[in-house]
Design a binder for this molecule. Sequence first.
Ligand code: SF4
Length: 373
Amino acid sequence: MVNLLDFDLDALSAHCEQLGERPFRAVQLFRWIHQRGASDFSHMTDLARSLREQLPSQAHVAAPPVVSEQASDDGTTKWLFDVGGGNAVETVFIPEAERGTLCVSSQAGCAVGCRFCATGHQGFSRNLTTGEIVGQLWFAEHLLRARLGLAPGERAIDNVVMMGMGEPLQNYGALLPALRVMLDDHGYGLSRRRVTVSTSGVVPMIDRLRDNCPVALAVSLHAPDDALRDQLVPLNRKYPLHELLAACVRYLDAAPRDFVTFEYCMLDGVNDSIEQARALVRLVRDRVSCKINLIPFNPFADSGLQRSPRERVTAFADVLQGAGIVTTVRRTRGDDIAAACGQLAGEVRDRTRVAQRLARGTIPLLPVEPARR
Ligand code: SF4
């Protein structure tokens, strides 16, 4: 039994061809699934009867089962999806005045093990399939459309950020078809500018994304130098800043936006000094066209880290803005339901030693000299 959410349009066409159907049948089927949220083949009235009769015995359309739903006071909604084997992943819908954003997970856990991230502390179990990635959008879009009473053709979600659990570029094989479904005019028809892949810096895969499916790019930077970034984002030891920034510059050749977004999580006493703001300016200015998004750290159990005070975030932002770098401070959404940035945890059966390494403190933080602040 195949899950048709695993297929982009090309793969669905090939599948229909195997069933003896013409390619345009795949377009009809794809539109029923993604544009109308249908999963019952008998309702797909314009499909050839032969296809309607064949499909139920060998295919289905199914998102991972929902374990729970939580709604925040600010309208943010978080779903926990059961992906089997004791693992569950989280997806967050963030409503805003002008748009609806869905934050999608790409892995059960994450092997990168960033110091400030709840997912990273849980370790890694497995990659999600394309169907499990697309299923988060399919489920949320059609549920929200029904709840909001939207007219046919109106969208609940017009912005997707691959910023949930996992490092999407370490699950590239499943990510790529999922992005194609999101962008396809017969699927969700999202603009390339409104689909963002966020990476901790998997340099070779940034190049592949540029070549295969350039969408908006966000990079988890979090430090202005290699010494600190090695500790906060362990992948930096493999792909240091000069390689990462060069990949960002190459990416911009094909990107739908003329800047890369650098995410910078503000950690009290770790990466938030004025000197570090100046170092960040020296790192990126005149090197890569960018926007910097300062993210208030969202504490979680055992993180051992604190959120930077508001005035320090403001002072840090002032330095960046004073140097002509477009800088935003992300408004925290959904922190009352642990849905804010860096808080997603789900349930992960760790099959690596990331969690143990972090727990044993082998990825310690160097103390920041007070004099540098
Ligand atoms: S910040 Fe992203 S890459 Fe780093 S551990 Fe968390 S999910 Fe993984």
